[in-house]
Every structure is written in structure tokens, then in C-alpha cells.
Design a protein around this ligand. Structure first.
Ligand code: HEC
Length: 146
């Protein structure tokens, strides 16, 4: 009986320790999974600090927390994104979550009218969107993407 109680106590300590360890690593783990999810964006976007924007999409290295339409080396922003910039839209977690899930709906909302937009892609999976946003947050300001 005593041995059994000891075993239960030991298991409880181990479970608490494991929970603490994973809580400490949550952000890094998110960003790592987000890197995998970001492969869906890489067809059009670059993420490296020194990579110029491509014709297919602006570089996203410093996008997190920055104003919409902020890459001066991307000359093809749509009227929707140009309008978002004029309305002082900042790429916060919430704004990114909505935009990546439905660019057209987000840009119509912030412009308060039907506007043209040009990101012909949307990510429906909410978990993957959160992971990609964690990745954007993690790469911001860092010299490398990993
Ligand atoms: C098929 C190409 C394509 C794919 C795939 C794509 N994008 Fe885009 N993205 C664009 C284009 C083009 C724009 C410019 C949109 C505009 O001007 O309306 C854009 C704009 C953006 C912006 C605004 C950037 C700024 O400078 O304000 C963000 C944020 C963004 N994309 C995130 C993503 C993420 C995250 C993914 C993957 C989950 C993704 N995109 C996948 C083409 C793409």
C-alpha cells in the first residue's frame, strides 16, 4: 500500500513537471509548427530578412506589427491594401488572423466598401493560421528565418 501511494505521488510530480516544461516552450513550439505551415505561403512570399519582395507577393519578414502595404519594394499592392494602409491598419494578431482567413472580406471591411484585392489564397484552418502568425512574430527582426 505504501509503495502504491509513493508511486501515485511520484506520478503526480512527474505530470506537473512535464506540464511546466511544455508551458515554457509553447511559443517556440508554435513558431516551429508555423514554419511548416508557412510553406503554403512560400509559393508567393519570401520570409528572409535580405530577400527582396517577389512579383508574386511582398516579403513578410517584418510584416508582424507593421502597417499594411508597407513594403516599398513591392509595387503591386491592390487598392484594398493601399486603402488599408490609408486607414492605418497594423498587422496585429487579430488583423492577420482575419486577413489570412479571408483577404477579400477583411479588405472590404476595413475599406468600408467593395475593393479589389490580389492575394488569391486563403487559409481556412484556424489552428494553422495561429501557427503561421506565431511564425511571422518569431521571424520579425531576426537576421534569419530559423
Ligand atoms: C498565390 C500567392 C499567395 C499566397 C499563396 C499567399 N499570399 Fe499573401 N499576398 C499575396 C499578394 C499578391 C499580396 C498583396 C495583396 C494585395 O495587394 O491585395 C499578399 C499580401 C499579404 C500580406 C500583406 C502584406 C503587406 O505588406 O501588407 C500578408 C500579411 C500576407 N499576404 C500573408 C500571407 C500568408 C501568411 C500566407 C500563407 C498562409 C500567404 N500570404 C499566402 C499573394 C499570396
Amino acid at each position: 500500500m505504501a509503495r502504491r501511494l509513493l508511486l501515485i505521488a511520484f506520478t503526480a510530480v512527474a505530470v506537473v513537471a512535464a506540464a511546466n516544461a511544455s508551458a515554457n516552450c509553447t511559443l517556440a513550439a508554435d513558431a516551429v509548427t508555423g514554419k511548416a505551415a508557412s510553406s503554403q505561403c512560400s509559393a508567393c512570399h519570401g520570409f528572409d530578412a535580405d530577400e527582396p519582395s517577389r512579383l508574386t507577393g511582398p516579403n513578410l519578414h517584418d510584416t508582424y506589427g507593421s502597417p499594411a502595404g508597407g513594403r516599398s519594394d513591392f509595387g503591386r499592392y491592390s487598392e484594398g491594401v493601399i486603402g488599408a494602409r490609408a486607414s492605418n491598419v497594423i498587422w496585429t494578431d487579430d488583423a492577420l488572423f482575419e486577413y489570412i482567413g479571408n483577404p477579400k472580406a477583411f479588405l472590404n471591411k476595413v475599406n468600408a466598401r467593395e475593393v479589389k484585392h490580389s492575394m488569391l489564397f486563403q487559409m481556412n484552418d484556424e489552428q494553422k493560421r495561429r501557427e503561421v502568425i506565431a511564425f511571422l512574430k518569431a521571424v520579425k527582426g531576426r537576421p534569419e528565418r530559423d
